[in-house]
Design a protein around this ligand. Sequence first.
Ligand code: ADP
Ligand code: MG
Length: 571
Amino acid sequence: AGDAPEAETTDGFHLVIDALKLNDIDTIFALPGIPITDLTRMAQAQGMRVISFRHEQHAGNAAAAAGFLTQKPGICLTVSAPGFLNGLTALANATTNCFPMILISGSSEREIVDLQQGDYEEMDQLAIAKPLCKAAFRVLHAQDIGVGIARAIRAAVSGRPGGVYLDLPAKLFSQTMDALAGKQSLIKVVDPAPRQIPAQDSIQRALELLKGAKRPLILLGKGAAYAQADADIRALVETSGIPYLPMSMAKGLLPDTHAQSASAARSYVLQEADVVLLVGARLNWLLSHGKGKTWGAEKGPKQFIQIDIAPTEVDSNVAIAAPVIGDIGSCVSALLAGMGSNWAKPPAEWTGAIAERKEKNLAKMAQQLAARPSPMNFHSALSVIRDQIKARPDAMFVNEGANTLDFARSIVDMYEPRKRLDVGTWGIMGIGMGFAVAAAVVTGKPVIAVEGDSAFGFSGMEVETICRYNLPVCIVVFNNNGIYRGTDVNPSGTADVAPTVFVKAARYDKMMEAFGGVGVHATTAEELQKGLAEAVASGRPTLINAVIDETAGTESGRITSLNPAMAKKKA
Ligand code: ADP
Ligand code: MG
């Protein structure tokens, strides 16, 4: 009875999953709820990895980091309206960082939304997403799901990578169609991120400029890390003999201990260089817009060569003498081919002057790192992290905060490409746990997340997620009792604490214990070292509450100059 063969049908749920799987997407970072709960269940049942978060922003940040690490769009799945808006922050951040991700959100019924008749979680999500990402699409019919996903993938990873929004109204999921026709409607995207070969004359122009340089410098950005052209980038640096500076997420493309690294002489080389080759780095605020005192303005203009996939990036801040437009892999290998094997190394006067400054600065830092003050300061705590990363250079390193970020960037050496994930182009707070989860899920390696106590607060609830999936994540909270530091006082005489101060002597380690992970309370460098080494060795979710001198931080870390000045001085 009831066994008569039905015509095989499929539905929107299955078509979405089939389309993703067809394109080798195996992981979804999600937060279930109406109307996508069943989608998360079915995706898992169909063999996809579904990592479920406590807040959509962190699921979105995880998708973004996965995109950066894999060159495949990271997928974030959310409910409508507020869930969508939470995910949108991460989508906008991914787009700003040039990380490929797709935010898929369920949405309410078009008919009701468009007439503004007040639906459950009513919101015109497509319109809201559009200005904040690279591309946005909506699929209304099951037979168009294949096209929708194909377009989203292409938009995310081709050219300059970025975030894509895909709007899937609730009704779409239960639409049915013939299974075979459904299968045939799906698209396996061929060559989603096509190489873009630079013009030969742009390569010649760049080489001419480099050849004439007396004080050349190479600047590697996170675009260079994303490109996965590691061997050629290293060959470019070594064949040319040119000193290089890595931007924070380009650290490790060459080991930070490399003889040609100019990191320890950063201000000197930025001021003195005469020709600068930018490889996947933008001249935005992180590089003082390529001008002013940082760049030695008074010493005369510099000449820039810029390798980038986005032609419109060129001249965005200063004139670029030699744009090289194409994908980094193709551009760097063309430059290498043009250099040949007997490229003249830069003058010894230049490399010698850099080496001298490096030596001095490194010796000074070694001294600061060796001190063992009580309580710990940023240097003594970070010296422990630095040693641990040196011992496990394959570990992933996640980093956010103000002082915690600034100090770690210069103190913690990286040895391998794409091991460092941090606050990126916006310099935001809140990426920590999302990035840490993605780092663990994508690489399977130990993850060390060094977090300011303020930064950690934005995504702290995800320690439950880390415990739930038993991820090898060790969070180290640099606890100095507040934002920047814990010493501000409320001058008004009311009972409230100052807006930058948290509960003093808080025990973040107890949060981890609440979910079955390991909590460590570290008041000395030795305790921190022991806890960290055990966490990395065991792979157990761990949170180390590292007590830092509450007077140690400075306002906004190294970007205090971005605080607007008060016209009227404090009373
Ligand atoms: P950083 O912050 O490290 O300086 P940015 O995010 O400012 O790096 O710059 C990255 C640049 O790299 C962007 O301008 C982007 O267009 C470019 N980019 C990203 N991926 C590639 C690629 N595969 N080939 C060429 N350029 C790329
Ligand atoms: Mg703090």
